[in-house]
Every structure is written in structure tokens, then in C-alpha cells.
Ligand binder design. Structure first.
Ligand code: ADP
Ligand code: GLC
Length: 473
């Protein structure tokens, strides 16, 4: 089967979060299943720069106010179709935000164009199915429905981002008037890109089984729970895997020292490197880390509120992340207050994120909701024990170190609920207690590192789903 995946970010070309990692890993993961995935991405400057073996396959005189073309090419072993529309995507920096930190005012036009071109390529280039990632691609399901194209799967990576725009956008989208209806793209009087995709796709997936259940509840459905319950028979939770070649502690060139479960002592050199990067003192207590967007979703305000406790108990904390200004300022202030015990960097640094998983003892992820989460999986792979809230994909991937799981040798981390400061503090206290027992801690690390974290089972589930669409269409 020939699949056109459509995504607004793609590792290693352009990344703001886990979507890029997943979209970058799926083509290779699905190939052994007999799926040939070609990925359509916007022609951001870094994408155009990275392309080789290029060939123009489509030209548009006017696509949302400017000339555009689709270039077929390759980058990092990925087969790409790139929408080269300089008036829409020829901007550096973040794919969604201007330098003022606000959404680009023409995001509706930009990702409307991406979706329109996806459906057109689907029709004209012989694709068997479209795989639409998040709201930025989801409107393609509407173009397919009202104009034509192959069957679609929409994958929800984060229901918090829905791509809702005023009704005034609609006339520019090139959809027939009949598409502006409750069954189509209309959402509370405006245009809802994700809503349209969820209403019109042949199947919907999200990135963990627990999140698939949570989003059907009023509490976590972000206004779309009713529609998702209505579509429950085609909604599937398929857990994300990780690229075990990119994230391999035995070969990772970002590390100070590579290691495996048999040579865990080598982790110390990575710990020293993390300490040095963050200006931390060496100590006997655990080194906690954060590698995250600093947002409310990620529960980072709760971590901030525990910093004094972590330090008082003899721990240290290294924070790599950026996001909400108050959280950035809060962690900066904590680092200033606890010099040598807390370190903070707002950089986006892929290499440092690998080193931190290799050198820290425990990665803290107290998310309020988490569709899947990848950093806990990277933590498991690198012997950096995850401390997580029991939500979404975190609940599906980390086994709490309760007495039964410890006795059975099944535990891989610390899981707490509800997502409150008290429960997080209690989990941190448990982490200190376990860390003080080196045999127990090593057990958590070993069990985590032995886990099946790759794409195997999930790739097979995607493949089955794609094949079922082909039979039906
Ligand atoms: P989300 O996509 O919601 O942000 P995930 O856990 O799925 O959460 O993915 C986050 C990805 O972004 C991971 O690959 C993580 O290592 C990476 N990441 C987050 N912040 C940074 C940062 N400041 N520098 C480097 N990588 C980061
Ligand atoms: C989103 C989610 C995250 C998930 C990632 C990849 O960014 O917030 O939980 O891991 O997508 O699916």
C-alpha cells in the first residue's frame, strides 16, 4: 500500500515536540509491514535546504495568494513531497509562531493549503490512503469527502490544539458551500480543522489506549468528546513507539560515554557531563531532570513548587525546556536560589536532551494530560527512571514501583495520582527512598531498559488499520 503521511513537523528536519519524532519514525517502522509511506511536509526553509534528488511534481499558479509547487525529494532516508509555497512557509523559526510568540495570523491559510494539496496529491498520485497528523493536516479529510481522494486516518497527537478559525476563512478554502455544515467543517459558527477531520475521516487514532478513553469524557474531551463518542467504533488507541536506533545508549554519539544494561557504571560519566552543563555540584542524592515544554499541560508549575523540597532532601534538578514565561522565570529564580543544586536552560538542544536521559537518575513528568509522551520512553531506554502522573500514555507505559511490582521484578518507575502537589511530593519522597536502595533502583533501571519500546506491535496495528480501509474503499 502507498500511504501519504501529512505532517507539519518531521524529525530530524523540523521539530517542536513528539509529533516530529513519531512522523519521522513511522515510515521506517511501517515499511516491513508492506506500507510505503511518503511524507508531505510544508516547505519551511530548513526543509527545502535539506532536500536531495528533487523533482517538481505539481505546480500551482495561485495557492492561497501565491505561486507554489510540490517537490518530490529525499532527506535523511525519508521520501518526501514538499509543499514549496514561500508566501506561506518561507519563514524561519517556529513552524506555528512568529518571533512575538503568537500564532502566525495566516495559519488557517497555511495549513488549509497543506490539507488541500494533500487531498489533491492523494487523488492524482495514486495513493491508497492518507495519514493525517493533528489539526494541521486534518482538513484534508474534508477535501477528500467533498472533492475526492483516498480514505483517511486522522491521528490525534494532542486534542488541545484544534485549529479553530473564524467563519471568514471558509470562502478562501476552496471547499463547496455544502462543506460548511455541522456534519462538515463548521464548528461553533467557525471552521474547525481537527473537528472536520474527526467527523469525516474513515478512522481516527490517538497515541495511547488510555488517552483514547480519556478524550471521550467531558473532563478530557476538550469540547470534542461528544463527536469522539459518536465515532467510538472507528477510534483506536495505538501506543507510540520510539526509534530505537536514534535512541540507543550503546551507540548514541550525543553521550559523554555510551553504555548498556551490562555497563551501567558508565552512566556516571554522563552524569558528570550533565552536572557540568548545568553548573551543578556533584552529590550523593538523585539527579532529577526535566526535558519538556514548560506548560500547564506538563504540570511544570507542580515541579516548580517542589524544587525547595528536592534540594532540602539532597537532590538536584536539571531543567531543559522553554514555554510559558512565568514558568521559565520561576525555574530561573529557583536556579538562582539554589545555585549548584538546580540548573536551567531554555535552549532547544537535541544532543543535550539525549545526554540528560543518559546521565540523570530520574525524569519527572507530572502531566495533567498526556496523549502518549515520549520522554518517559526515552528515560526507560536510558536507565533514567521515569516519575510520572497516571494519565494517558504515561499510565500505559510506566509500571509503578509498588510492593507487588517490585517483588515481581516488573516495576519500571514511579506513578502517582491524582495530579496534585501533595501526590507529586509523595512520589518524590518515594523516589528518594528507592534511590537510597541501590539494588531496588538498579532493578527499576534494568527492567525499564529491557522493555519493548520500539514500534513493532504498534506498527502492525497501524498496518492492519490501513489494510482494513483498503478493503472497505
Ligand atoms: P510533546 O510532544 O507534548 O512536547 P513528547 O514527550 O511527546 O511531548 O515529546 C517531546 C519531544 O521534544 C521529545 O523528543 C523531547 O526530548 C523533546 N524536547 C522537549 N523539549 C526539548 C528541549 N528543550 N530540547 C530538546 N528536546 C526537547
Ligand atoms: C503530542 C503529545 C504527546 C505525544 C506526541 C507524539 O505532542 O502532547 O503526548 O507523545 O504528540 O504523539
Amino acid at each position: 500500500m502507498k500511504i501519504l503521511a501529512v505532517t507539519s513537523e518531521l524529525y530530524p528536519l523540523i521539530k517542536t515536540g513528539g509529533l516530529a519524532d513519531v512522523a519521522g519514525a513511522l515510515p521506517a517502522a511501517l515499511a516491513p509491514e508492506g506500507l510505503n509511506v511518503i511524507t508531505l511536509v510544508p516547505g519551511y526553509p530548513v526543509v527545502i535546504k535539506g532536500l536531495t534528488d528533487t523533482q517538481v511534481v505539481q505546480r500551482f499558479e495561485d495557492l492561497q495568494g501565491g505561486a507554489a509547487k510540490v517537490i518530490a525529494g529525499k532527506a535523511y532516508g525519508l521520501d518526501l513531497l514538499v509543499l514549496d509555497a514561500p508566501h506561506l512557509f518561507g519563514r524561519g523559526g517556529n513552524p506555528y509562531l512568529g518571533s512575538d510568540g503568537k500564532d502566525w495570523p495566516d495559519n488557517g491559510q497555511r495549513f488549509g493549503a497543506l490539507s488541500q494539496v494533500a487531498a489533491l496529491l492523494g487523488r492524482e498520485q495514486g495513493f491508497d490512503a492518507l495519514h493525517l497528523h493533528d489539526w494541521q493536516a486534518a482538513l484534508a479529510a474534508a477535501y477528500v469527502k467533498f472533492i475526492g481522494g483516498p480514505p483517511c486516518i486522522v491521528t490525534i497527537h494532542n486534542l488541545a490544539f484544534q485549529g479553530n478559525f473564524p467563519a471568514s476563512l471558509f470562502p478562501s478554502l476552496g471547499l463547496p458551500d455544502s462543506a460548511f455544515s455541522v456534519e462538515g467543517v463548521e464548528y461553533y459558527g467557525g471552521v474547525g480543522f481537527l473537528k472536520a477531520g474527526l467527523a469525516l475521516a474513515n478512522a481516527i487514532t490517538t497515541v495511547s489506549p488510555t488517552y483514547a478513553r480519556e478524550i471521550q469524557t467531558v473532563q478530557d474531551g476538550m469540547g470534542l468528546d461528544g463527536l469522539l463518542r459518536h465515532r467510538a467504533s472507528v477510534l483506536h488507541g495505538i501506543l507510540n513507539g520510539i526509534d530505537t536506533d536514534v535512541w540507543n545508549p550503546a551507540t548514541d554519539i550525543s553521550l559523554a560515554k555510551t553504555f548498556s544494561p551490562k555497563s551501567m557504571a558508565e552512566r556516571t560519566e554522563n552524569k558528570r557531563a550533565v552536572e557540568k552543563k548545568f553548573g551543578l555540584e556533584t552529590g550523593n542524592g538523585p539527579l532529577f531532570c526535566i526535558v519538556s515544554r514548560l506548560t500547564g499541560q506538563k504540570g511544570m508549575d507542580l515541579v516548580l513548587a517542589t524544587t525547595d523540597r528536592i534540594v532540602a532532601r539532597g537532590g538536584r534538578l536539571a531543567v531543559l525546556g522553554s514555554g510559558e514565561a512565568t514558568l521559565e522565570a520561576g525555574f530561573r529564580a529557583a536556579a538562582a536560589r539554589h545555585k549548584g543544586r538546580i540548573g536551567m536552560s531554555t535552549a532547544y538542544d537535541e544532543n543535550l536532551s539525549h545526554l540528560m536521559q543518559a546521565g540523570s537518575d530520574c525524569i519527572v513528568i507530572p502531566s495533567r494530560f498526556e496523549p502518549c509522551g515520549l520522554t518517559q520512553l526515552y528515560g526507560l531506554r536510558y536507565g533514567c527512571v521515569p516519575l510520572v502522573s497516571r494519565v494517558g500514555g504515561l499510565a500505559d507505559t510506566v509500571i509503578d514501583a509498588n510492593d507487588a511490582a517490585l517483588a515481581a521484578g516488573a516495576a519500571t518507575g514511579l506513578v502517582f495520582s491524582p495530579v496534585t502537589l501533595e501526590a507529586l511530593e509523595h512520589a518524590i519522597d518515594r523516589a528518594f527512598a528507592l534511590y537510597a536502595d541501590p539494588i531496588a533502583w538498579r532493578g527499576l533501571q534494568n527492567t525499564g531498559m529491557k522493555g519493548q519500546l520500539g514500534w513493532g506491535r504498534s506498527a502492525a496495528r497501524y498496518a492492519k488499520l490501513f489494510r482494513s480501509l483498503k478493503v472497505k474503499s
